[in-house]
Design a protein around this ligand. Structure first.
Ligand code: ADP
Ligand code: ZN
Length: 209
């Protein structure tokens, strides 16, 4: 199955995508992760997008579409894939329709105030990428990842101003995709408030392997 995961930042798309990818044995493709990796490696793409990512704005459609197009021709996507954080604009969704068949767009529903709480408390491991939360899932030792002992940090775009900006960008540019996919009968709404394990059960019941 070919999935698109939609929803505001902080809805938990990435967390669920990792679990679905493991359970269904399909790759999890996160454009945000790809951009962040490019920044970390200091390759030309990373130099180009760093300030955009830090501010919470969107990378241009051309760059993003080209990146996804390249990824979706890799053989590991033949059995299916999860696109997490793509498409994020109508032009991206239209381009995607020309690149691959989409079986379902899963729409993670969550209120803005919950998004702010989740993102402002998020603490990411520098070494393994695991996410802790200062309030909801704190690490045993302050500033240190439970999984690997790596150092925890706050993403630049999880700071208050950038969160506000990301929510605004989501509302104006990405939320219209809900109607786009509903119009194609591909939308499945999912309540993003429960814990990931509970959401995974709902997901598995809906999409039999
Ligand atoms: P979030 O935690 O907001 O869901 P992601 O990890 O998906 O964030 O993405 C982080 C950043 O990467 C975005 O704020 C944006 O700058 C960039 N980005 C990711 N996906 C896209 C996309 N499809 N189009 C444009 N920019 C993107
Ligand atoms: Zn770690």
């Amino acid at each position: 199955m070919n999935f698109v995961f939609l929803g505001p930042p902080g809805a938990g798309k990435g967390t669920l995508a990792k679990e679905v990818a493991a359970a269904y044995r399909i790759p999890h493709i996160s454009t945000g992760d790809i951009f962040r990796a490019a920044v970390k490696e200091g390759i030309p793409l990373g130099l180009k997008v760093k300030s955009i990512l830090d501010s919470g704005a969107l990378v241009g459609d051309d760059v993003t579409i080209a990146l996804v197009q390249k990824r979706l021709v890799q053989p590991d996507t033949r059995a299916g894939f999860i696109l997490d954080g793509f498409p994020r604009t109508i032009p991206q969704a239209e381009a995607l329709a020309g690149i691959a068949r989409i079986d379902a767009a899963v729409n993670f529903e969550i209120a803005d105030r919950d998004v702010v709480k989740r993102l402002s408390g998020r603490r990411v491991c520098k070494a393994c990428g695991f996410n802790h939360h200062a309030e909801f899932s704190p690490s045993k030792k302050d500033g240190v990842c439970d999984k690997c002992g790596g150092e925890l940090f706050i993403r630049e775009d999880d700071k208050a101003d950038a969160i506000t900006h990301r929510l605004e960008v989501y509302r104006t540019q990405t939320a219209p995709l809900i109607d786009f996919y509903r119009g194609k009968n591909l939308l499945m709404d999912i309540d993003a408030r429960p814990k990931a394990e509970a959401i995974l059960m709902v997901f598995k019941a809906k999409f039999k392997q």
